[in-house]
Ligand binder design. Structure first.
Ligand SMILES: [Ca+2]
Ligand SMILES: [Ca+2]
Ligand SMILES: [Ca+2]
Ligand SMILES: [Ca+2]
Length: 516
């Protein structure tokens, strides 16, 4: 058993390599339970929970990678910064590890699209390039406890641990034959010696929840909350614990033993930078820190990376986003950003603007009608062009919509000129068809339309009046454009299938007056 305040990683490794080699990740359920007890209830009473300021060679530090410049800002315990690089760039996942086993962690980047791992050792400009699984989620760790960190990549719900790929050229990839299963919805993997036995385990993080990956499957472990995960031995007790980098606050929060004490908070951050952690060794510490700045950088359609994931998480938390949390600025992400702009009454653009982080900081819903006798209902705000879905008295979805454009047009169905106007008032959803459907007139109409043959079709309509439904359609622009129906995106129509029901109250209004 380790003592509190056990020294540095280098000595720990040399002590442990002999008897820990080959122990691997194949914990039995019982061994894991025992390990979890150690972690959860703490057998190190002398260990200050989450005290990152404890001096000593064995204390991990945090840093930031700037994808825009390839610079790495490494922060030491005294808060001084050493800048290294340039190494890596936009789209790269920054990693830190002790690739050569000298006790000092150095950078690597995982270039997912290309399936390449670039490893840099020390301050040498030489880096080693290894082919590696593309399009996966990387994790660094010393999984076999030999003192050298390696990179493994999870894909398709499986993580094959790899104990090679370091600072030797042309090192063959030797994957462990027993893959660990990775939970669905995993956003990041993080390696660390969470039980202090000298070999690293892998934790999976998704929606702020952390699960430990074991040979017998993922095991729920702790709640991390908002932030990109890092791990390290912040207090030098020989046990790694988690931390999170909160981009919105430009702040690291370093946790100690789960459930014990408050996290240590380090204000260190800059918009657009990504967190790393490790044992950086003796650094000069004479460089300027990155210019402090909270929030996310501007982002465009098609952009990928952790900052996009952080944005998706926040939009989902605000009920604006119903797509996958995959770090890809997709159409669904773009429409969620549009909904955000509509709700906040700022310029209706499809991209994340430089000023949007400040807008998000003051995000709140506009005044909405109070209807205590209608806990489940829809409120359509034609002024902002959004629909609010209430369940149990709470807004559970904010949906960008496009309503009647206010122009006059000839209707083939009704064989007359009509105005493209959405009816206002208090209604009830009375008819629903799943999938593509004609523009419906009566309850007897059935879905027979062919969406690509020139028929005027709508997707999964919810009628609230004759000729008027909330339905899926393409496109859903930022302004009112429909013939009188209320358009939403096809994916929102699918996502709302479980939120809406026939008989649900449905209210349509232009502007809800602010009280007072
Ligand atoms: Ca090293
Ligand atoms: Ca190793
Ligand atoms: Ca371990
Ligand atoms: Ca620790």
């Amino acid at each position: 058993m380790l003592r509190a305040g056990e020294q540095g990683r280098g000595s720990r490794y040399s002590d442990w390599v002999a008897h820990e080699r080959g122990s691997r990740l194949r914990w039995s359920g019982g061994a894991l339970a025992a390990a979890l007890l150690v972690v959860s209830f703490g057998v190190f009473p002398g260990a200050p929970a989450g005290a990152a300021e404890t001096p000593g060679a064995g204390v991990a530090s945090v840093g930031l990678f700037d994808p825009a410049t390839g610079h790495w800002y490494l922060r030491d315990d005294a808060g001084r910064t050493t800048r290294v690089g340039r190494f890596g760039g936009a789209g790269d996942v920054p990693l830190m590890g002790d690739w050569d086993g000298d006790g000092v962690d150095t950078p690597a980047v995982y270039r997912a699209a290309a399936g390449r791992l670039f490893i840099r050792n020390g301050r040498s400009p030489v880096s080693f390039v290894h082919p590696i699984l593309p399009g996966g989620v990387p994790v660094v760790g010393d999984f076999d406890g030999d003192g050298r960190d390696t990179v493994s990549v999870a894909k398709g719900g499986l993580l094959f641990i790899n104990d090679r790929l370091g600072t030797a050229p042309n090192e063959p990839l030797i994957l462990d034959p027993f893959p660990l299963s990775v939970p669905k919805g995993t956003e990041a993997l993080i390696g660390g010696d969470f039980d202090g036995d000298g070999a690293d385990e892998v934790a999976a993080v998704g929606q702020g929840m952390v699960e430990l990956l074991t040979a017998s499957g993922p095991v729920p472990w702790q709640y991390l909350g908002v932030g990109l995960p890092v791990a390290g031995d912040w207090d030098g007790d020989g046990v790694d614990t988690l931390g999170g980098y909160d981009m919105w606050r430009a702040q690291f929060r370093l946790f100690g033993t789960p459930g014990r004490g408050e996290p240590a908070v380090i204000d260190y951050g800059a918009a657009g930078m990504l967190p790393v952690a490790g044992y950086f060794g003796a650094l000069p510490g004479t460089d300027s820190p990155p210019r402090y700045g909270a929030g996310l950088p501007p982002m465009d359609l098609g952009e990928e990376g952790p900052q996009v994931l952080v944005l998706q998480q926040e939009l989902a938390r605000r009920h604006l986003y119903r797509g996958p949390l995959d770090g890809v600025f997709s159409d669904a992400t773009s429409h969620a950003v549009m909904a955000f702009h509509k709700v906040m009454e700022v310029e209706r653009t499809w991209v994340w603007e430089a000023t949007d982080s400040l807008v998000m900081a003051r995000f709140r819903l506009p005044p909405l009608p109070v209807r205590p006798d209608e806990p489940d209902r829809v409120e359509v705000d034609l002024g902002r062009q959004v629909a609010y879905v209430f369940r149990d008295g709470q807004v559970v979805e904010i949906v960008p919509v496009s309503s009647g454009g206010g122009y006059r047009y000839y209707s083939d169905f009704r064989e007359m000129h009509v105005w493209a106007v959405t009816p206002r008032g208090d209604f009830t959803l009375y008819r629903h068809v799943v999938g593509w459907d004609w523009v419906m007139r009566t309850e007897e109409d059935t879905g027979r339309c062919r969406p690509h043959s020139g028929d005027y079709c709508v997707y999964s309509p919810w009628n609230f009046a004759p000729w008027a439904a909330l339905h899926g359609y393409e496109p859903v622009p930022e302004y009112p454009v429909s013939h009188g129906c209320i358009r939403m995106t096809l994916w929102d129509a699918d996502a709302l299938e479980d939120d809406l029901f026939v008989g649900m109250p449905f209210h349509v209004w232009d502007e809800y007056p602010t009280v007072g």
